[in-house]
Design a protein. Structure first.
Length: 191
């Protein structure tokens, strides 16, 4: 984590509250843009450039919407996606199945916060640090894959870092995530 933070321009703490009592971490965060995605106003959230106080269980949807808007605003690393990924078109189609307005309302995030994230990460070296807030969720695998997809779209991973048969990042698709049940949950909440 320390090396990633040191080499980045922007640090996203997603469900993670690092110990700010460690002087070396505070030093590493100096002159970096900080984004915190956490329902709790942690110590790091107090010093962040942006704190998204997302509702619990909203991480998957936020990650998917961030991917969608990164593509809409043409800030995805297209060269990287071509060389190092499989299934992006299907994944992007999956992100389009999420209704924007009702989902944002349900997870208590506004469009301006998503636009601000995109603005802060555009053409920057980004470190995404996930913590127990994400890993304790029942949908942990889907959430982490969606967050990873956001990182992949930014071109954050090394060329040889994907442990798959093709050696490429394989995006979530409708067959290997629980999105339909998640969408049913949202539809039922909004009826």
């Amino acid at each position: 984590m320390q090396k990633d933070i040191k080499e980045s321009d922007v640090v996203i703490f997603w469900g993670k509250s690092p110990d700010l009592s460690k002087p070396e971490l505070l030093e590493e965060l100096k002159n970096k843009k900080i984004i915190v995605i956490d329902p709790i106003k942690t110590e790091v959230a107090k010093i962040a450039d942006l704190h998204i106080s997302i509702k619990a269980k909203g991480d998957f949807f936020l990650a998917m919407l961030l991917c969608r808007f990164l593509h809409i605003y043409d800030h995805a690393d297209e060269d990287y996606l071509q060389k190092h990924t499989d299934g992006f078109e299907d994944f992007y189609e999956l992100t389009q199945s999420i209704r924007i307005v009702s989902t944002l309302k349900e997870i208590d995030v506004d469009l301006g916060e998503i636009e601000r994230v995109i603005e802060l990460v555009e053409s920057k070296k980004v470190a995404i640090v996930c913590g127990a807030g994400v890993q304790k969720c029942i949908d942990e695998a889907d959430i982490l894959r969606a967050i990873d997809a956001f990182g992949v779209m930014l071109g954050l991973f090394e060329d040889d870092s994907f442990d798959t048969p093709s050696g490429k990042f394989e995006f979530l698709d409708e067959h290997d995530c629980t999105l339909p049940s998640k969408l049913d949950f949202l539809r039922n909440k909004n009826e």
